[in-house]
Design a protein around this ligand. Sequence first.
Ligand SMILES: [Cu+2]
Length: 614
Amino acid sequence: MSTSGLGRRGVSRRPWRSCGVVLVSVALSALPGWMGSADGATVRDELPDPCPRPLAGSDLPEPPELRSQDGVLKLELNFRSFTAADGSAHYCYVMANGTQSPTLRLHPGDQLILKLKNELNEAPPEALKPDTGARFSAAGAMCRSRPVAHADPCSSGLMSATSTNLHFHGLTVPAQCHQDDVLKTSIQPTDAAFEYRFRIPLNEPPGLYWYHPHMHGFSSKQVMGGASGAMIIEGLERASPIVAGLPERVLVIRDQDLLNPDAPPSKSEPVVPKMLIDRDGDTANNGTGFGRPAKDLSINFVPVPYPDYPPAILRMKPGERQLWRVLNASAITYLNLAVLFQRAPQRLGIIAIDGVPMHGAGDTDGAITWVNHLGVPPGGRVEFIVTGPPAGVPALLVTRTVDTGQGGENDPNRALASIVASADAPEPRSALPVAHEPLPATALPWLGSVAPVRVRKLYFSEKLEDPKDPNSATTFYITVDGQTPAPFDPHAELPNIVVRQGDVEDWIIENRSTELHAFHIHQIHFMLMDWSGVPVNEPFLRDTVNVPFYNGRMLQYPSVRLRMDFRDPDTVGTFVYHCHLLEHEDGGMMGTVRVEPAAVASSAGDVQRRASAP
Ligand SMILES: [Cu+2]
């Protein structure tokens, strides 16, 4: 189930529990930038959309890309939002030339200098609509309906509809202000452009990473509105020479509120499942693989809306091999990608997962793993080799249905892009270098061969505020076993977990809810060791992983066992782990880990977080 505090399309819902318990009605005139019209939507619609989106069925655009030069990538992004005429919220990172969400390309060792100007001048559009009876949860200083001017963006921790910040998902850069901190960093529209400045570690694996806002309570809204972009750490051909010289494409898949929520399913679908709505207004999983999805998807911003899913057009030369770098930037939608030629699934050669080459570390035989479908949780990335269809053969990139559990959303089968092969198709903008030197060997032993110094257990769970009222709010938890379940508390001064830099630990993540969750941790990668107690042979690293759901009949809760790598000195600091279904994260499913410097002795115990009564 999802909770988003304020429901879509004018349905008033419960506030974010994790931001406190005090309900505050927000007068429209109290919000910065509000234009004070009795018919605000009309005024808004007259403004040009700073985040324009292609039409459904368009040719697939490539995201703009910026490459580092002489070891530096310097850029400025303006963060803007807009309410489209159909009521949908658009958020975007805009460059001076008006293009959106550039792909940032850097080499290990390069410096990124990114100035982010928060130009949000409106609250989330749905929260603003007069008919929502707009309410924000607010408690004390951390969750406010209005930002306070002149607070230090590095320490304010303010969370409001117009606050933002950036997370560089997957990178092992320090969780410090101006680098990759999301716990305290909060940029307001009244602030000057905020500078992110850090160096990509020399040992950062080459592959696909991404950036997105991480404002607790508002992450889902901003990301679902389109606030995300890809980052590429160059050098994948050095880890996997098979991709040297290949043309490459970046495909960013996002989700968004349904463009046609009231339409019946397409007549071409083999079954018409009964439509079930979960208690937060999303379409619930019906188990058939068809029917109305919880969210629409877009691919490089080309929407592929329910119910007919008109695919974007991806042109390539017949039989050409390409490297596809796919980011699931959805807020809540799981993907299960496949490429079909005349409905027959094709082989996809996996090169990297979550920014780490498959054959960069533990598995050195260089053989490519070929699959015919690829699951990608929200936040996850896959990079794989695709061969174009012969000329004239109809081909599709699709996502197959994902069973998210009885309590999950509906992620049905649907098309994303029609692959059209012709000899005159344009080449993608980029190709991987032909020349390549092998990556230097890593200094540390392969993670899978290191014995963990301890084992911890955490579990996902959910609770209805009023078990007798299915429409009451859901609170989402991730709890360290033995601690008292509590939604993420931005006021907390103590971390949930303390570890020591240099250590490797095993974390068992259990799922006590009836829906799938996606465990993600900032700053580090991990290796999946077992799946509900059964060892798996998956010798590669990830930063986001599915945790299977409980079906109510199992004798024990499903779980994953993860080998967590805290050996890198850049992990020292305090950062978060959470479910990457951002509605769940916003709803409380997040915790903190403090990595202490190796020199600090005996700090490895769990810390019971201070009681968080507001
Ligand atoms: Cu979740």
